[in-house]
Design a protein around this ligand. Structure first.
Ligand code: HEM
Length: 839
């Protein structure tokens, strides 16, 4: 391990090997601690080893002053890191939480606890560990009681780096029980016990604290030590860990080594007593802390990138202010990908540096965006860190991940304060146009939305029943034909035909165009879906860089677009030309007094003509592309996940079929009155939110309210979080849908019955337009097409369940993947192969 700071004089003195003689003690040096207590600094010789210690005690507890018997204060004994800096700095001097600060100096001439092995280049081999810990034990049991009066049942231990190796590798296993150590903290270090455990230490309170960018060797050994101690300390509340502070070795305050260690010792008591939220139970979070979490998963399994171990932290706003209390931030993991255990020397350093560089480029984005299945990391973080915590974007940018209903309500109801991010807006403007409802903000948004609202009213949607039923009939006829063609295998990839159907529904129902008849358009659109589903590190990085590119430069770049952007621009141009013609036809028809069609674009053109705050022709044109793109993919994926869940749940499928049989012919059904159908749709919207997250950026300094107070790492209780202008917020839709405080203890279970037995959140928490679900967002930017989408899903799912049965083919694995929307992904790309049988 690297030297944590070196007192050259100290090293020199030790290298001379001058001993004070067997059993003899040096004359104590006396000084005053920061809190006024007395520091005794003395060296004694134990088993031939020079043992120097410093202890801070109130003068009344000094044996030299006549103190006798059992003291009331305990000890917090600090074991420095390699090089001894924390001994010389003595960060835990004084008396804190009824514990007298003690610092011990290793007897090793190289100032390493446990010494060193010349053949070892990991820093983890400590040949003198047993001897050093035996000497420490004797110091604590026989020497210190002759210096200060203390309660020997209250000897707490704290390690820094190499000190933590001695503690976890030797001291605690050998002497933890005999010393009856109540608690210990391993700061930025950990070693699997190197000696047999003596006695019972299952009741010892142990916390491992490290940082995101801790040393490569420690990123292996800390999780291994945690795993080993899980077998020893079986009480789930006693063994905790945290690796979230973003920084290097022991930089728990995200600044530097010395102040980091100082912060840890200052917070020693609150961590040990679990009052400090950094102390997370290891049990139940093994995937974060276990060594095998180092292995990347799923689609990002290319090993080089440190997607684990790039940290996050709760109480993000304190982090914003740069206040010291952000220091012992939470979340994240000890593990970091890309450390090649077998590599040595320079190769190792290079790989680790590269991993660090890439990790700093991506922050947590790979874990958030590319993780398969989507959300696994954030749902875990939410359990550990609560409903608001900090994550990292590209280049170290702070992003607050929010699922707290109160905070979300506040953000969504203040659109002028929390606006769309520059990256979102670049995509919206480039792909859909500057008049797009998804792009416009403020007054323009209010005006355009007001003109569009009547077209998306409940009455307008009801009138679309026949159009939607036609689209549903067409897909079931297509499937019948496909199944007939298939010789023996009844496995059908239903994904492309679902997209074709929802494109047809949005075409005929909303924009008034038969897209399927236009093969050229259908092909371009299909290209777009494929491009959107192709998520890679490059696309994550491009998204991260976009906001930093000045507009004029962007304009030039768009003249030479990369292939994917080129396809988007082509699509925009084709759909723009089409939209112009169609809208012009509708306007002409209106002028000639022809009865408007039922499609929503005709209703829009009609209501625009009567509106006092009209949309321009260009603005109407931009809605054409907007609605097509926003309405097709989202609904196709939600139907896909619904059929996937039905395939997994034959009973549910049976119940739904029975409900539909009873409901009568398709054209006479009131779909809103079918409880099982609607319970299924709601549960899919909840657990497979097809827009699983969105973003906002604070347009000015503001304050985020919290529904529950948060205790920051310094122990301060806060009920709101101030944020600075420019703060990036992630609206964690899917995380909100998994809050046990809102949805109950079974929040993670797919359980449509919760909607039937009334076991859903009360109106008080209401968010979003539909059943307290955030799937369609909320506030003034609520999805305008939500009613259309529900009606469409009700009709398509009903038609398909009446005509076909579904089962999962055993050989295919389907994963939730975030590719703009939540896509069913297989090893062969976005697909949903189901065993489909005609009934
Ligand atoms: C399951 C289906 C759907 C889901 C889950 C969904 C979800 C969403 C979400 C979360 C937003 C807010 C995005 C943001 O502000 O960051 C949104 C906005 C929007 N959606 Fe949907 N959507 C769905 C279907 C549709 C359909 C069918 C249409 C059109 C027919 C549509 C049109 C729009 C439009 C135009 C906006 C922009 C609204 C505004 O900013 O005022 N969506 N949708």
């Amino acid at each position: 391990l690297p030297v944590d700071g070196r007192d050259e004089m100290g090293v020199l003195a030790r290298k001379t090997g001058k001993k004070s003689g067997k059993g003899t003690a040096s004359t104590p040096k006396v000084s005053t601690a920061t809190d006024g207590s007395t520091i005794i600094d003395q060296t004694v010789v134990i088993n031939g080893l020079n043992m120097r210690f410093k202890v801070s005690a109130p003068s009344t507890e000094l044996v030299a002053n006549g103190a006798q018997g059992t003291g009331t204060l305990g000890l917090n004994v600090l074991f420095h890191g390699d090089g001894g800096q924390s001994f010389f700095d003595f960060p835990n001097q004084g008396v804190n939480s009824n514990l007298m600060g003690v610092a011990l100096l290793t007897p090793d001439p190289g100032l390493r606890w446990g010494g060193s092995d010349p053949n070892d280049n990991t820093g983890l081999v400590r040949p003198d560990g047993a001897a050093h810990s035996a000497a420490v034990n004797q110091l604590l049991t026989t020497v210190l009681p002759t210096v200060v009066n203390f309660d020997s049942s209250q000897i707490f231990l704290e390690g820094v780096s190499g000190g933590s190796l001695l503690l976890s590798g030797f001291m605690i296993p050998t002497f933890g029980a005999s010393l009856a150590v109540p608690g210990a903290i391993m700061g930025c270090g950990g070693l699997v016990p190197q000696v047999p455990v003596q006695g019972d230490i299952s009741g010892l309170r142990l916390h491992f604290q490290s940082t995101t960018d801790d040393l490569a060797s420690l990123q292996q050994s800390i999780p291994q030590a945690i795993k080993a101690y899980e077998q020893i300390i079986t009480n789930t509340t006693l063994l905790t860990a945290d690796a979230s502070p973003v920084g290097g070795h022991c930089e728990f305050d995200e600044k530097d080594f010395v102040s980091g260690v100082q912060l840890l010792t200052d917070n020693f008591n609150s961590i040990i007593t679990n009052a400090n939220p950094v102390a997370h139970s290891v049990v139940g979070h093994e995937d974060i802390y276990a060594a095998d979490a180092i292995q990347p998963q799923g689609s990002i399994a290319d090993g080089a990138v440190g997607q684990a171990g790039t940290a996050v932290q709760a109480a993000g706003a304190t982090a914003q202010t740069g206040a010291a209390e952000q220091a012992t931030g939470q979340a994240g993991t000890v593990a970091q990908a890309g450390t090649d255990q077998t590599a040595t020397g320079n190769t190792k350093a290079t790989k680790s540096d590269l991993a660090k560089l890439i990790a700093s480029l991506f922050g947590n984005l790979l874990e958030i965006i590319l993780w398969v299945p989507y959300g696994e990391r954030q749902f875990q973080w939410q359990k550990t860190y609560g409903m608001l915590y900090r994550t990292k974007g590209c280049f170290g940018e702070n992003r607050l991940m929010i699922s707290d209903p109160e905070t979300l309500k506040h953000v969504l109801s203040h659109p002028a304060t929390y606006m769309k991010s520059r990256q979102q807006q670049l995509v919206n403007e480039t792909g859909l146009g500057s008049g797009s409802l998804l792009f416009v903000e403020g007054d323009a948004h209010r005006r355009i939305r007001a003109v569009m609202n009547p077209a998306f009213s409940a009455a307008s949607i009801r009138a679309l029943g026949p159009t939607l039923r036609k689209a549903a009939r067409e897909i079931s006829e297509l499937w019948e034909a496909l199944l007939e063609c298939q010789a023996s295998d009844d496995v059908l990839d239903i994904y492309p035909s679902l997209h074709a159907t929802t494109l047809q529904a949005v075409g005929e129902g909303v924009v008034g165009y038969n897209f399927q008849a236009d093969k050229d358009f259908a092909a371009r659109y299909h290209n777009l879906v494929v491009i959107a589903a192709d998520r890679s590190k490059t696309s994550v990085l491009t998204d991260g860089i976009l906001p930093y590119i000045p507009r004029p430069v962007m304009k030039i770049l768009l003249k030479f677009p990369p292939p994917a952007v080129g396809k988007l621009l082509e699509f925009k141009s084709a759909i723009g030309t089409l939209a112009k013609k169609l809208i012009k036809d509708k306007m002409d028809a209106l002028e000639l007094g022809v009865e408007p069609e039922k499609d929503l674009m005709s209703v829009l053109v009609d209501s625009n003509s009567q509106s006092t705050s009209k949309m321009t022709f260009e603005e109407i044109k931009d809605q054409f592309a907007t609605i097509t793109v926003a309405g097709e993919d989202t609904t196709a994926n939600t139907v896909a996940w619904s059929l996937y869940e039905l395939a997994k749940n034959p009973d549910l499928q049976q119940k739904l079929r029975a409900e539909l049989d009873e409901a009568g012919p398709a054209d006479s059904i009131d779909y809103d009155r079918l409880p099982v159908l609607n319970a299924l749709i709601k549960e899919v919207l909840r657990l497979y939110s097809t827009v699983p997250q969105t973003e906002r950026v604070a347009a000015k300094d503001s304050v985020l309210p919290l529904s529950q107070s948060i205790t920051t790492s310094s122990g301060k209780v806060i009920t709101e979080i101030p944020v600075k202008k420019g703060q990036h917020l992630i609206i964690a839709i899917s995380s909100y849908h998994r809050l046990t405080s809102v949805w109950g203890a079974d929040a993670e279970e797919f359980k449509p019955s919760r909607w039937l037995d009334g076991n859903v959140p009360s109106a008080g928490t209401s968010l979003g337009p539909y059943s307290n679900l955030l799937s369609f967002l909320g506030g003034s930017r609520t999805c305008i097409g939500w009613r259309f989408s529900i009606a469409e899903m009700q009709i398509i799912i009903s038609e398909l369940v009446r005509k076909f049965s579904f089962a999962l083919p055993s050989e295919v694995e389907v994963q939730r993947t975030f590719a703009i929307t939540l896509v069913p992904m297989t090893a062969d790309g976005p697909r949903l192969p189901l065993r489909v049988v005609r009934l």
